[in-house]
Design a protein around this ligand. Structure first.
Ligand SMILES: [Zn+2]
Ligand SMILES: [Zn+2]
Length: 340
């Protein structure tokens, strides 16, 4: 194994450097994974602008898959095993960890970071063995937030199937992932997205109706298209307005998931929620068991092609982030030249 590796660093002000840093060494219950693919996530953008303040990790990125390069003495994973890395790590002992809900660990979750490197150090508990025949691109999508987060939100809302109508507010990678799932389930899907590139991409990925919130009243349009309101509404945007749009576009007995993070909002409970008898969930992340369910559905025909629109080498990181931050892409990945 090499002693130095390339690694993406955020310098603040949307500037990116590719540094040479030492390859990590693993402790007994850890492994060093040679990264084959890592994906840029929208949640990296605040750190891209401001630097990695508040993180105990110096490097960005939390969606990745690769091959175990070295494994510690007690790490039950073999060298050469293909793995995804689930980045939420908990104590492994508390009741949430016992259910695989590591992100809710009572001792506090540790969110691993540093995917955009040639090698990543990961605790054994974060390694998800991948089947040999799963290509890297579906692997990084199925192991990462893009498909996992909307999959879990939809699972928790329950009963998404053909004949139902759904509206997605915001078509960044999470919204596009939600679209992929809802089309797989057979729903009729309306999307609302301000960015022209992403509207076109949503149409290519199967959206039945594509709305531009800058040009039309999207709540009215969803009501029109669905005969009164959608069965399922998903807020996948960081915009303040879409959180309420998702409530207002839902029909009687509609089901709403809030996924796009935002710190505050003013809701009118009687008119927007209670009298429509909405079912609502807030949904943050997903678990390893969700990954295995997703993998089973992928085997049954879930198509993820088209979701990744751009591929870069790690040395082209600035170009990759400039493109992604401008919204002129779907999912953007770094590919490393390793076999498999
Ligand atoms: Zn993410
Ligand atoms: Zn725990």
């Amino acid at each position: 194994m090499a002693e130095q590796m390339k690694c993406v660093r955020f310098l603040g002000g949307s500037k990116v450097a590719v540094c040479d840093v030492p390859v990590p060494q693993c402790g007994p219950d850890e492994a060093v994974v040679r990264i084959a693919i890592s994906a840029i996530c929208g949640s990296e953008l605040p750190s891209l602008r401001n630097g990695m303040r508040g993180s105990r990790y110096p490097n960005p990125g939390h969606e990745m898959a690769g091959v175990v390069e070295t494994a510690g003495a007690t790490c039950r994973v073999r060298v050469g095993q293909r793995v995804g890395i689930q980045v939420m790590n908990g104590c492994g002992q508390c009741r949430h960890c016992a259910q695989g809900d590591l992100e809710h660990c009572v001792s506090g979750v540790d969110v691993l970071s540093g995917a955009h490197c040639e090698y990543v150090l990961a605790p054994e508990t974060c390694l998800v063995p991948l089947p040999d025949d799963l290509d890297w691109e579906p692997a990084v999508l199925l192991c990462g937030d893009t498909l996992g987060t909307p999959f879990r939100a939809l699972s928790r809302l329950g009963d998404a199937h053909g004949g139902q109508s759904a509206a997605i507010f915001g078509c960044g990678p999470i919204g596009l992932g939600a679209l992929i799932w809802l089309k797989f389930y057979g729903a009729n899907v309306i999307v609302s997205e301000p960015n022209a590139y992403r509207r076109e991409l949503a149409a290519r990925l199967g959206a039945d109706v594509v709305l531009d919130p800058g040009r039309e009243d999207v709540v009215d349009r969803v009501r029109e298209e669905t005969g009164g309101g959608a069965d399922i509404c998903l807020d996948c945007s960081e915009s303040q307005r879409t959180l309420l749009d998702a409530l207002d576009a839902a029909g009687i007995h509609g089901r709403v998931a809030w996924i796009g993070e935002k710190p505050a909002a003013t809701v009118s409970p009687s008119g927007q929620v209670i009298r429509k008898e909405l079912t609502m969930v807030g949904s943050w992340y997903f678990t390893v068991s969700d990954f295995y369910e997703q993998l089973a559905l992928y085997r049954r025909g879930l198509s993820v092609s088209g979701l990744i629109t751009h591929r870069f080498k790690i040395t082209e990181a600035q170009e990759a982030y400039d493109l992604f931050a401008a919204g002129a892409s779907g999912k953007v990945v770094f590919r490393h030249d390793i076999p498999g």
